[in-house]
Write a protein that binds this ligand. Sequence first.
Ligand SMILES: Cc1cc2nc3c(=O)[nH]c(=O)nc-3n(C[C@H](O)[C@H](O)[C@H](O)COP(=O)(O)O)c2cc1C
Length: 207
Amino acid sequence: MQRLNNITSRKLAYTEHRIHALLSARWSPVAFSDEMVEAEKIRTLLEAARWAASSYNEQPWHFIIATKDNPVEFENLLSCLAEGNQEWAKNAPVLMLSIAKLYFERNGAENRHAFHDVGAASAQMTIQATAEGLFIHQMAGFDVDKARKIYDIPDGYAPVAAMALGYLGDSTNLSEKLQQREYAERDRKSLENFVFSGKWNQVSPIL
Ligand SMILES: Cc1cc2nc3c(=O)[nH]c(=O)nc-3n(C[C@H](O)[C@H](O)[C@H](O)COP(=O)(O)O)c2cc1C
């Protein structure tokens, strides 16, 4: 375990520049404890999502939540996940699905930033989770059509990402492959790869 500003993390990011300890400490585990997340904490995470910025303050996010307290609902959401994700996400006590409202309430026009804003809300939720000693692992690997059918998601809305939420668990019961993944070093592209000035692909002198 590594410690940074009172935050403990198994996989702190080794950053090239200073960032907030909560951002360093967040990561996506596959080993979840079966300990239920307190309802008040789940509400806190949703509140963190609620206060994200969004285009025209449309707040185009929705979240469907299933906890193990309701095994039928939990199984329903779990069944939407890709097999490779089910393998570890089944251990988490809470699953979520984020959904974007694709058209503006204000004028019915297409909201080109709906996914962006759902991502921003999810990121806030994820950082709040870190502050609560919790972990969120987001997933693109799920069956969008199945989710649409199970939850009766209307036209004009699109499932965005699934999420597993919980406390960190013991990795020894996981397959060897998953255990390797759990302890693999985290890495990122350097700023030079994606920060430009002047024109495309011209590395910004600010770096
Ligand atoms: C939108 C999104 C979709 C993802 N989809 C999956 C997925 O289907 N399965 C999975 O195991 N991890 C998935 N991840 C987790 C990423 O692999 C992970 O965030 C990335 O490797 C960086 O690792 P870190 O979050 O620990 O820093 C996804 C993450 C995001 C944000």
